[in-house]
Design a protein around this ligand. Structure first.
Ligand SMILES: [Fe+2]
Length: 173
């Protein structure tokens, strides 16, 4: 956990190091990575996107939760399989598609944006870290064990879907 938090911290520090000094105070991390993407600044995009994903990831976890939401079981099972099929580093996402009132499951490589977000005008509403550092220390042989424990074992905080979308925090000078 400490190693994982240190990674998140390094992404935030990298954003602070790279971000344009004229950036408006209060700018969200989402705005930072979208602007970086548009400008082709992939170093800043990677750091800001990783900072956003990690901020949302922590919000999606609840270590004290007892039991799981039965209405999310089928979704969670599908997510486990989707996460297992993903090779390499990345993120497992539920992307809100408000126009059609549903969530699209998608995995992305590294810290990329889901195509469902890019083309569907939605937002990443729930995410699970698929980078090896998220599971290897506790489950050296067990990415499945990690995904099942998190998504089916009661650690997922599905309430996050009913909350305002994560913006990754704000940048303040
Ligand atoms: Fe991570």
């Amino acid at each position: 956990m400490a190693a994982h938090l240190a990674k998140h911290r390094r992404y935030v520090e990298k954003v602070n190091e790279l971000v344009h000094p004229d950036l408006e105070p209060g700018t969200t991390m989402v705005s930072v990575y979208l602007a970086a993407l548009e400008e082709g600044d992939y170093q800043l995009f990677d750091a800001a996107s990783q900072a956003f994903y990690h901020a949302l990831y922590w919000r999606c976890l609840d270590p004290d939760r007892e039991g799981n939401d039965p209405s999310m079981r089928s979704t969670a099972q599908d997510m486990v399989e989707r996460g297992m099929q993903h090779f390499g580093s990345g993120w497992l996402c539920l992307v809100d598609q408000p126009r059609v009132k549903t969530y699209v499951q998608e995995t992305v490589m590294n810290a990329e944006r889901p195509t469902a977000e890019t083309f569907g005008a939605g937002t990443v509403a729930f995410t699970t870290d698929l980078w090896e550092h998220a599971w290897y220390f506790d489950y050296p042989d067990g990415k499945r064990e990690y995904l099942e424990g998190l998504l089916l074992g009661g650690y997922a905080r599905w309430d996050v879907l009913d909350e305002p979308p994560e913006t990754g925090g704000v940048w303040t000078p």
